[in-house]
Ligand binder design. Structure first.
Ligand code: HEM
Length: 195
């Protein structure tokens, strides 16, 4: 893995630790119904998606670009899109597929999930890229977009030629894992007592 990717801070000791504990994570895995079989299926899905990360991520980006109030996240308050920002974020978006499917879900992983969440909020948005864009993404869009991310992954799993049952197993595992990841990203948005 290329850990020199611009703005990618996985494992950076200067990152604040996530307030979510490993025990919280284990409980969250149970809540989303992710078991050991799913974790194995997630790795198999990753082996299909990772080599195609360019097209997978572009399919998500096309969905964002088609919705003006989502695309606005990459634009200034006056509506000027920061293209350099979009390109840099795209590369880190690709890396998330690998981080989700292949990394151990340990403290450094939790810490970077927290950072990704913060990067969608006024706490850290634009900072990694010194971008000139609006300062916050509404929580409702972050959550809702999970449906699009999960939908658009399926054709890539189907195109792999895997049997229908295996496609379903990989897709089920992916959907649970992506939802769990996005759930962790909600942590910087909400007060301790609400999370
Ligand atoms: C399931 C929903 C979503 C997923 C999986 C996702 C994934 C990601 C990932 C992996 C990154 C890069 C994190 C890093 O810096 O390493 C990122 C950043 C970003 N995402 Fe999302 N995202 C989601 C929802 C959204 C929505 C709805 C918008 C726009 C309305 C959006 C706009 C952005 C922007 C602007 C950045 C750059 C943040 C920064 O300044 O560093 N994302 N996203």
């Amino acid at each position: 893995m290329d850990d020199t990717l611009s703005g990618y801070a996985y494992g950076d000791p200067s990152l604040p630790p996530s307030p979510v504990t490993i025990e919280d994570l284990a409980r969250l895995k149970q809540a989303v119904g992710l078991d050991d079989e799913d974790m194995a299926a997630l790795r198999r899905a990753g082996r299909i998606l990772s080599p195609r990360a360019d097209v997978v991520v572009d399919s998500w980006r096309q969905a964002v670009a088609a919705v003006p109030h989502l695309l606005a996240a990459y634009a200034s308050a006056e509506g000027v899109i920061d293209d350099r920002y979009r390109v840099r974020v795209r590369e880190r978006f690709k890396r998330w597929i690998d981080d989700l499917c292949f990394r151990p879900w340990d403290q450094p992983w939790l810490d970077y999930q927290h950072e990704i969440g913060a990067r969608h909020t006024h706490l850290a948005k634009n900072k990694a890229d010194a971008a000139a864009a609006v300062g916050h993404i509404p929580l409702r869009y972050l959550i809702a977009f999970t449906a699009v991310v999960n939908d658009r992954v399926k054709p890539f799993l189907v195109e792999s030629g895997a049997a229908a049952e295996e496609v379903e197993a990989m897709h089920r595992a992916w959907c649970k894992a992506a939802l769990l990841s996005v759930t962790l990203w909600t942590r910087p948005y909400v007060a301790d007592s609400a999370w």
